[in-house]
Design a protein around this ligand. Structure first.
Ligand SMILES: [Zn+2]
Length: 282
């Protein structure tokens, strides 16, 4: 099976020490895929430090030189992969940037080029802020030649006139009805691919993620852990559950202890996984 880690919200506001503390050791074992915001707007995201929150000022990544240098070095050593995580990330009035926003074609193309030029590495994957995307957002990322680091679904972007859409939808429905957990495949929608993230957050439960992992392992499928570096010390909302960081650590230990698990980046899995659903639907 293939295992990858997606970490959201690296931006101007991120300190290199925070990423180093979260992944300094882990990224020596396998590449971590960072979803990076190119021009973070200081709105309501909990990743924005409190003193900036609600100011709605825009903060380009290149103004944090220490972080840019850190990312360039770490990417060149194969410790991190960079993915695109929205453009401004935060929108006023609770809007979701890539489901409610406008000018998305420009934001996807320009955001990709900006990060590629700044960090010096190719970008293959788009992760929408709040995992929220719509039809216009999906068109924009396909136009920017990017895959999707979550699952859009029928209501949020898949074309209702595509046979692949319905083939994928039917297979997923069958999977769930038979007791299947998570989505252990890369989904091939024809013009792009998608991978589901398994949340590792204060709301997640380690036993559920372990159950999804074991089911995925039995099928030789794909498992993507989705988390936030700024949340690793946060206690679980559920009594008796380990912290977010401890939940992630247990999943990593499970992956590392099994020689049948291949640790890859999200971009690698999306570009070249051998476990792709719907490739035979037409
Ligand atoms: Zn985010």
């Amino acid at each position: 099976m293939e295992f990858c880690i997606r970490d959201d919200d690296t931006s101007f506001f991120t300190l290199p020490e925070e990423l180093e503390r979260a992944y300094g050791e882990t990224s020596q074992w396998g590449r971590i895929s960072l979803a990076v915001v190119p021009f973070h707007r200081a709105g309501t995201s909990k990743a924005v430090p409190e003193q900036f929150r609600g100011q709605w000022s825009v903060h380009p990544l290149h103004n944090n030189r220490a972080l840019v240098e850190y990312l360039r070095t770490a990417v060149s050593k194969g410790r991190f992969e960079i993915m695109l995580h929205g453009y401004y990330h935060d929108e006023p009035c609770g809007q979701r940037e890539f489901s409610d926003g406008n000018d998305l074609g420009h934001k996807a193309t320009d955001g990709r080029k900006y990060l590629e030029d700044l960090i010096g590495a190719p970008i293959r994957v788009f992760v929408p802020p709040h995992n929220s995307i719509g039809r216009g957002g999906l068109r924009a990322i396909v136009g920017a030649n990017l895959h999707l680091g979550c699952v859009a679904g029928l209501r949020s972007g898949w074309s209702p006139v595509s046979q692949r859409t319905w083939g994928t939808w039917l297979k997923l429905r069958k999977w769930r009805k038979s007791g299947g957990l998570g989505i252990p495949w890369v989904l091939d929608l024809g013009d792009h691919r998608e991978i589901a993230g398994n949340p590792v957050t204060p709301l997640s439960r380690i036993d559920m993620n372990k159950a999804i992992f074991e089911m995925t392992q039995a099928m030789g499928g794909v498992f993507c852990a989705a988390t936030h570096y700024w949340e690793l010390d946060v206690p679980s909302c559920h009594r008796g559950e380990p912290t977010v960081g401890e939940q992630l650590r247990q999943l990593i230990e499970r992956a590392r202890s099994d020689q049948r698990v291949m640790w890859r980046s999200v971009g690698e899995v999306l570009s070249s996984s051998s476990f792709v659903m719907a490739s035979n639907v037409n």
